[in-house]
Design a protein around this ligand. Sequence first.
Ligand code: SAM
Length: 290
Amino acid sequence: MTVLSANVIESPLKTLKKYNIRPVKRLGQSFLVDNNITSRIVDSSGIGEGDTVVEIGAGLGAMTAMIAPRVKRVIALEIDPKLVAVLDSELGEIPNLEIIHIDVLSYDFSSPLKGGGKEKVIGNIPYNVSSQILFRLIEFREHISSATLMLQREVADRITALPGTKQYGIPSVIVSMHAALSQLMTVSATCFYPVPKVDSAVLKIEMREGPLYPIGDHGIFIETVKAAFAMRRKTLANNLKGMDVVRSKRADVPALLAEAGIDGRRRGETLTTEEFGRLSEAIFRMTEAR
Ligand code: SAM
């Protein structure tokens, strides 16, 4: 590790001062200033020698500098040009690090390992786009083995929520169908600068080789889940009537529900991941049959 990167680890606050940088709220810039926590996140991510790691929102590079000496290659993504300049200047000499100025929502996660293999993702991710980031990772799940992410605690709770609870929703179903989840730790707001209003949690998302239950088609599965939660107070049958594919194919909703073995009077939020799989499969079969 270079001396420069050691400085970055030592004090993100000093780095902010050195470059006269003011955190931008709109970009979710709350920097982790407790190095013990940064180190625990890196440890728990399970990264090792042979890994290619993509870090989302590298910021001032404190986590980046800890990751680089442990792995084969790190790709640090950052949207803010000012922070990209800091990363270039502080960490640019690290040979196995690529710094990319990009919006993570347009990053092609299949690009690092074109020849095969899966990368590991890590990041203290910007809170304002955390759901979009999760969905993008799920889209690229075939190229990712795991993602260790710091999120707003409330978002982490929503993703790991169980059916029938208030927090259970679209992300819980979609992510749990494609990944095994564990909450590794909670992190107090005081470990960040500026101090956010809420606590955070670190979630480990281990992508499955295939969906947990048969779903027929990924696109239809996503549409089914979104439709089921479209109006939380409506019954499942009524919500499904609003689904594009159901309307365009003039599908018989009670017949679809009967095929899936699900009572249409239930609300979407009571369905398990398995039931969402059955429903998605029934809708997929209907589209294939016509
Ligand atoms: N990794 C640093 C740390 O742990 O202190 C910074 C974390 S901060 C919560 C989130 C970082 O993501 C910021 O550096 C921010 O500029 C960056 N960011 C925000 N939106 C982004 C996006 N759409 N694509 C890539 N980076 C983004």
